[in-house]
Design a protein around this ligand. Structure first.
Ligand code: GLU
Length: 447
């Protein structure tokens, strides 16, 4: 494989699709050596086929706002790869959503899902709809209009969407309600992240954050450390950040910072249960302001406008918000403040230079596709429960999630251990995911 040539060709074909090109480059650089040991992959042009989505659906979404005005957005579903199972991946509602963003996310999802040990292909979808400032009624009308088109592309054995940034339990509920009306069947297997009383898995809301902390614990143990007593900085206050704060606190760490687009809340004594419980309220308010945490708990934290979580002194950094949210400058600031570990919980949360800086300056680093895979893995567990019309207890789901995160860590160690005994988690995760998908594609012939 000639990585540079493939990237140059993709750049010429998809100019300006920077996130997509960044994600492809990272994976290809990691797998190049292994790939070149398999001439059968090259003969079947596995890489050239793998970097292209199977298909992209684009549709108009028209809805009426609270003022009675007609609004139009663009909706997408990108079915990226179905080598190891039906298409699976979240729906993102954010004003910056475009094909590049969803292609990068669908590409990442393909390898992440392969890591989970469960049979799921990769997909992503969403819309440039901006939830900020929208009322609950507007969210409902938009979700219904979105499903009016999406429902024709999905199905429990075909493509199973879930939540992502801007799309949580509330939005999945509104979308499922509309799906049910259109399809005229109570087919819970078509979406995951549903409410616990109507087909959702217990612990799915917590799963991404919980899984991320189980993975972090494994990584620390491997490096001879423990999370107990560590200080942690978290970006974001959505579903993923919420689960991460909850589990980090349960494991004895102290979350000293939570940030948003408006700044950072610094919490010297560590986040409390009341503050964690307030995070979902902040998300569904659609205000998108972390300052609300300070307004609610002024005696527990201070608010620094315009600053990121990475400006706060901590042992462990957990990006939990958005892609490329941690730059090389941020990485340097963290290191100079004593940070020695960064586990990426958001998808591609760190810029490439930041990852290189961490890795060459002795900061333990693990990529999102391994760290955050507990979310989609628990979606896979939800699919199993739906298919067999049963509901597992929280204890059962938690045990399975823990087991899956341990397996993902083992895969990273297997494929990422370097001659000096350290683990390159980026390589490990990429090679493990790639080998599984590439082998399945090879065995299924040229299609
Ligand atoms: N959006 C989540 C992710 O990035 C979850 C996807 C799912 O559960 O299907 O993995």
């Amino acid at each position: 494989m000639n990585t540079n040539q493939i990237i140059e060709n993709l750049k010429a074909k998809y100019p300006g699709e920077n996130e997509y090109l960044q994600a492809v480059q990272e994976v290809l650089e990691s797998v190049e050596d292994v790939y070149n040991q398999h001439p059968e992959f090259e003969k079947a042009r596995i890489v050239e086929r793998m970097v292209e989505p199977d298909r992209i659906f684009t549709f108009r979404v028209t809805w009426i706002d609270d003022k009675g005005q007609v609004q139009t957005n663009t909706g997408y579903r990108i079915q990226f790869n179905s080598a190891i199972g039906p298409y699976k991946g979240g729906i993102r509602f954010h004003r910056a959503v475009n094909p590049s963003m969803l292609k990068f996310l669908g590409f990442e999802q393909t390898f992440k899902n392969a890591l989970t040990t469960l049979p799921m292909g990769g997909a992503k979808g969403g819309s440039d709809f901006d939830p900020v400032g929208k009322s609950d009624d507007e969210i409902m009308r938009f979700c219904q209009a979105f499903m009016l088109e999406l429902w024709q592309c999905i199905g429990p054995d075909q493509d199973i969407p879930a939540g992502d940034v801007g799309c949580g339990g509330r939005e999945i509920g509104y979308m499922y309600g509309m799906y049910k009306k259109l399809a005229r069947e109570y087919n819970t297997g078509v979406l995951t992240g549903k409410g616990a009383t109507w087909g959702g898995s217990i612990l799915r809301p917590e799963a991404t954050g919980f899984g991320a902390l189980y993975f972090t614990q494994n990584l620390l143990h491997k490096a001879g450390k423990d999370i107990k007593g560590c200080t942690v900085a978290v970006s974001g206050f959505g579903n993923v950040a919420w689960g991460a704060c909850l589990k980090a606190t349960q494991l004895g760490a102290k979350v000293v910072a939570v940030s948003g687009p408006d700044g950072v809340c610094v919490i010297p004594d560590g986040i409390t249960k009341e503050m964690i419980d307030y995070m979902p309220v902040m998300r569904t308010s659609n205000r998108n302001k972390v300052e609300d945490m300070y307004v609610k708990f002024p005696d527990k934290c201070s608010f620094v406008p315009g600053k990121k979580a990475w400006s706060v002194k901590c042992d462990i950094a957990l990006p939990c918000a958005f892609q490329n949210e941690l730059s090389a400058e941020d990485a340097k600031e963290l290191k100079s403040n004593g940070t020695w570990c960064c586990c990426e919980v958001s998808n591609m949360g760190c810029q490439s230079d930041a990852i290189k800086y961490f890795q060459s300056n002795g900061v333990l680093f693990a990529p999102g596709k391994a760290v955050n895979a507990g979310g989609v893995a628990t979606s896979g567990l939800e699919m199993t429960q739906n298919a067999s019309h049963i509901s597992w207890s929280g204890k059962e789901v938690d045990e399975k999630l823990h087991f899956i995160m341990d397996s993902i860590h083992d895969s990273c160690v297997k494929y990422g251990t370097q001659p000096d005994g350290t683990v390159d988690y980026v390589k490990g995760a990429n090679i493990a995911g790639f080998m599984k998908v590439a082998t399945a594609m090879l065995e299924q012939g040229i299609i």
